[in-house]
Design a protein around this ligand. Structure first.
Ligand code: ASP
Length: 305
């Protein structure tokens, strides 16, 4: 299916062939540290109604690097949202000011809702605890770039699998490929959401749930660490019970494969010790860096000539 004009709402809307094409272009941009005028005279609206560093600024950087112009809204108190304007009307306005809308909102389904209203393509920059498809694209691209493929790998996903949208989208994204096994490592109360587990069952991907990393760590090719999503807990006591559940440091990693990739969508709080930063296992900063090239490729395929 052609990329031109497409919405990006859920990673499962994309096939392996779609992602191959995207990663091919992202690899080229990364190899050349590309800058160009491919999106000259194109405008991209960035509506970030929830905090963001990487998603918002890497999209902005991607727009600038391709010669386009970003329009941003991130402080709702400085816009008509503070006067009571509805989300739908805000989307309608940005639709008429720009050629693509990238939106982040705390409500599940917000990006889909925006896509149903807007004529321009809408990219989901995160909708509550639900989806974060461009993060999943970056994650899959990073594995493909350094390992050649996701196929046959043993992938551990650790941390907050209940509220983490990056974790959920990454896990769904893995099913587009043929990984050996997905290990879901979390405290019992932060187990992967049922709807995602049901999907894994339906497509027949092999997965294994555990609270303990120790036994499976030596098996893993990728360890995807996630932050406990403090802001999504309805009850602060529930958060207190699980905070600091896992901490990955170099001594724990002494049991890992030599070429284990430690990934993280970032921001980290304390779940990866800084002593991992300068080790061979560190892929999380590379992952964030790759985010710019991946998002450039995405914008070019959706909006380019
Ligand atoms: N940056 C990612 C997200 O927006 C992960 C996180 O916040 O923990 O979902």
């Amino acid at each position: 299916m052609s990329w031109k004009g497409r919405d990006v709402i859920n990673i499962l809307d994309f096939s392996r062939e779609d992602l191959d094409l995207l990663f091919q272009l992202a690899n080229r941009y990364a190899d050349e540290d590309y800058r160009g005028n491919d999106l000259e005279n194109r405008m991209a609206a960035l509506l970030f109604l929830e905090p963001s560093t990487r998603t918002m600024y890497s999209f902005m950087s991607a727009v600038y690097r391709l010669g386009g112009k970003p329009i941003t809204l991130s402080k709702t108190e400085a816009s008509s949202i503070a006067k009571g304007e509805t989300f739908g009307d805000t989307i309608r306005m940005f639709d008429s000011y720009s050629d693509v809308i990238i939106v982040r909102d705390r409500r599940e389904g917000a990006a889909k809702y925006a896509a149903d209203i807007a004529e321009s393509p809408v990219i989901n920059g995160g909708d509550g605890a639900h989806n974060h498809p461009t993060q999943a694209m970056i994650d899959l691209f990073t594995i493909t770039r350094y390992r050649g493929s996701v196929d046959g790998l043993k992938v551990g996903v650790l941390g907050d699998l209940k509220y983490g949208r990056a974790a959920a989208s990454f896990i769904l994204g893995l099913t587009i490929y043929d990984p050996d096994t997905i290990y879901l490592i979390s405290p019992e109360s932060l187990r992967l959401k049922k709807e995602v587990r049901d999907y894994l069952d339906r497509v027949g991907v092999k997965y294994f749930e555990t609270e303990d990393l120790t036994d499976i760590l030596p098996e893993l090719d990728v360890l995807y660490v996630t932050r406990i999503q403090k802001e999504r807990f309805p009850d602060p006591l529930e958060y207190e019970r699980v905070r600091g559940s896992y901490k990955i440091d170099l001594s724990i990693l002494s049991n890992a494969k030599d070429d284990l990739m430690v990934m993280h969508p970032l921001p980290r709080v304390d779940e990866i010790s800084t002593d991992v930063d300068n080790s061979k296992y560190q892929y999380y900063f590379k992952q964030a860096h790759n985010g710019v090239y991946l998002r450039m490729a995405l914008l070019k395929l959706i909006m380019g000539d």
